[in-house]
Design a protein around this ligand. Sequence first.
Ligand code: PEP
Ligand code: MN
Length: 338
Amino acid sequence: MIIVMKPDATRQDIQKVEQRLLDLGFHTHPIYGEKKTVIGAVGDKSRIDPSNLARMVGVEAIVPIMKPYKLVGRELTKEPSVVDVGSGVRFGGEELVVIAGPCAIEGEEQIYQVAQAVKKSGARVLRGGAFKPRTSPYSFQGLEEEGLKLLYQVKQDLDMPVITEVVDTRDVELVSRYSDILQVGARNMQNFRLLSECGKTKKPVLLKRGLSSTIEEWLMAAEYIVSEGDSRVILCERGIRTFETATRNTMDINAIAVVKELSHLPIIADPSHGTGNWKYVNAAARAFVAAGADGLIIEVHPDPQHAASDGPQSLKPEVFDELMQVLKPIAQAVGRTF
Ligand code: PEP
Ligand code: MN
């Protein structure tokens, strides 16, 4: 980090700050300018609170050199990382990868029907919630292990990787027995114990952006997972909460370019939760593919009007199929295979 001293800091102020840094185990490199002095400090910052230094007499600002997300950032890893989830499906490579399926697994017939349809249309990964983090405690909470078993059965029958959400540290082991990818939902983005437990499984993790999270907070959450020793995280922009109420969330299209600049992790978009309305899913999906997203996750239900969860934003299989056709030339125009 760099400690910037105020223009009126005295020699004594500068010496005191330098001594404090030395006491904390840092090497110091002061540069005495005509108007200002800056002190370069090299050492382990993890055990100190920089705000204590910032309060010392004569200090103007503390400027960190490294981003607070070293492992997922671009500073140490320049090349984009590719996340292999099995059966030849890779996120972050040349291929645009589409995940599709119902918000919640409701039964054998429903999940098979959707899986077969979305696979035929070109989806590479099947989604289906078994533990549902519903806003109301009275809403359908998911089929839990019964749902996981159904998902696993479909995965084997159709040779399709599957993804499902894990909402509690107590379920991480159970969910990772059945699912190829662990989904950490928006409501749990800053559940740090859950992130660490997911990281320990060494399974790929899809980390959704928190409801009101900044990109920096999101990347630090990814760092919790990766710091357990595995770098297989896929980020997912699913819209954030703004003053706008016309759509369920406001999708941050800037997040794609910003994340690509700051991080080597793949990033996909979720136009279903991002818009909350099936009519807007097509436009948002097209925009995110054009912006450079590595993939999409889309909710599909055979009978959205009777869906147990998120019916209003779910596409019927035939509407999903049309969308996949529309996406083809866009994906190709931005250099993706699809
Ligand atoms: C979901 O994918 O069904 C879900 C609950 O998403 P989010 O965490 O983005 O709200
Ligand atoms: Mn949903």
